[in-house]
Write a protein that binds this ligand. Structure first.
Ligand code: FPP
Length: 253
């Protein structure tokens, strides 16, 4: 059981460890990505079942283009396959599929399935699944700064209108709100250019499990850890609240 109140609205996941998972089995890195795709499917289902409002998955970073060509091709193929095979389930389950990043760099085989699914699911409102593709947090911040600089140069904006809130509005990854919880699998404790601007007050959770082994129970453990934390957003904490007679609603998982 998981408490239904105080669920993180927006969860981001840095899905790390596919390569090590495969190498540990004497297999090709691509086999790890294939198994990683299966983990994506089960975690999307688990997130929807829990009632999360937004899930953002770091599926391909702007820096991942530097990987060997056969690995990049395999990842693009898996992405296309995921979008094709999950299309029906996404549409039937009220999921809006979105993508953020430098999407213009994606190959035609991905855009051909990604673009129609984004369009066809845009009115779905139960959960937004955002794939960060060819994504970089610094690049996203630079793009927002560039947009504002152009507006200032044209006289459409004053320099003093360049505020933290105005920047926030120009971040596509934060259209669903700041991430409340960011999970990284695979044992490393770093952020690797993910959702940098939105991370300001996110709770971070590092799991040692490699992404292909990540199970719904691991997602639940991360959410329970989130629920046990006090978020202060730079202010002072509240005195411990008594639960009184308030009914705690739990979701069966
Ligand atoms: C990091 O593992 C993972 C990636 C760079 C790609 C993530 C892709 C998937 C989970 C599969 C395809 C995605 C979707 C949405 C269907 P790594 O290769 O860096 O692992 P390592 O740190 O062990 O080398």
């Amino acid at each position: 059981m998981i408490e239904a109140r105080n669920l993180p609205a927006h969860v981001g996941i840095i899905m790390d460890g596919n390569g090590r998972w495969a190498q540990g089995r004497g297999d090709d890195r691509k086999a790890g990505h294939r198994e990683g795709s299966a983990a994506v499917r089960r975690i999307v289902r688990a997130a929807r079942r829990l009632g999360l409002r937004a899930l953002t998955l770091y599926a391909f970073s702007e820096q991942n283009w530097e990987r060997p060509e056969d690995e990049v091709d395999a990842l693009m193929g898996l992405l296309r396959e995921f979008l094709l095979t999950e299309r029906g389930e996404i549409l039937d389950n009220g999921i809006r599929l979105n993508a953020v990043g430098n999407l213009g760099r994606l190959p035609g085989i991905v855009r051909a399935v990604l673009d129609p699914l984004r369009k066809d699911s845009e009115s779905n409102g139960d959960m937004t699944l955002t794939l960060a593709l060819s994504y970089g947090g610094r690049e996203e911040i630079a793009a927002a700064a560039r947009e504002m600089a152009k507006a200032v140069a044209k006289g459409e904006m004053r320099p003093e209108d360049v505020t933290a809130d105005a920047m926030h509005k120009l971040m596509p990854s934060l259209a669903v709100g700041d991430p409340d919880l960011v999970i990284r699998t695979g044992g490393e404790r770093r952020i690797s250019n993910f959702l940098l601007y939105g991370l300001a007050y996110a709770e971070l959770y590092f799991a040692d499990v490699l992404w292909p082994d990540f199970q719904p129970a691991d997602l639940h453990a991360a959410i329970e850890s989130f629920q046990a934390r006090e978020r202060r957003f730079g202010k002072v904490g509240k005195p411990a609240a008594s639960n009184g007679d308030a009914q705690v609603i739990r979701i069966a998982i």
